[in-house]
Design a binder for this molecule. Sequence first.
Ligand code: AMP
Ligand code: MG
Length: 325
Amino acid sequence: MKKHFILLLIIITALAGCRKSTYEGYTVSDFSLNTYINITVYSENDVREADDSLLLCHDYENLFSRTITDSQISVLNHTKLLSSPSLPVSDIINKSLYYCELTDGALDITIEPLTSLWNITSGSNIVPDEQCVDDALSGVDYHNVIVDDAGNISLLNNAGIDLGAVAKGYIADKIKEQLIKDNVASAIINLGGNILCIGSRPDGSDYTIGIKRPFDSSGSVMLTLKISDMSVVTSGTYERYFTKDDTIYHHIIDPATGYPADSGLISATIISRDSFTGDCLSTACMVMGLERAISLIDSLDDVYGIFIDNDYNVHYTDGAKNFLK
Ligand code: AMP
Ligand code: MG
């Protein structure tokens, strides 16, 4: 009798596991983090959960932004000292410093003096003179970020913090955490192309995610991926740039030179479990170039890269082709 009961329990549990949700999903859209964001939640309480996700996103933006004047990062940049930072600020800075080190400074969160100088999206399209670039470059070194034993953060040598390369990934992970706490089993978080999935689509199929054809104004897709429960983050020269005298000046700056990275790559996509990893590494790979990027990504567990070079050739790290649709 007991055996039959256990068998029945196993069958019921298995059937429940196979049950497909019929939720249609609810999407919130906004312009936040200096980009377009869309969060789609498939659940019973989708409206509340999607709205809460947006609120969380705004809360983090108010801490991390370097352009919101009273954000903690702005205070740090102006006074060079942040006493008792909030938990998320110390967390994102400590985690980012790990990736600055791992990428040998290709990712450098003290890039702010250079991003402010270049101000790529201002519309002024001015190439700063060499002396100004050198001056701004002198403070750029993640070793200038000092976190003391009490957790206070200070900046040496006039350094400034720009979390533009890492914040979207960090925030996407936090939104995912909150949704999972709310028992959401299916959602897709898209923070300006920084994509993070919870589970698979409600019908059990993978999410379909396109990698854009660089510089194509029609927004066509060059590759299509199938993804469940993972993150896909793309960095590209084509995302923010201006052209002057036939030269493209884009928003990913090489901390070694102070000029837009000229590594031979125009797009770097990282597939990873969490989105923070993908955000840090996709920006770093754009600076590192194909060879260094492939060898770094291949050395990491469960992280995959897809790179597009200047001639639109596509390159894959080990295992990355498995995600092609
Ligand atoms: P992403 O779109 O994630 O590749 O981030 C690009 C943004 O990160 C730029 O718009 C800058 O704000 C900032 N950034 C540019 N170059 C670097 C770099 N080498 N390291 C860290 N942040 C950077
Ligand atoms: Mg990034």
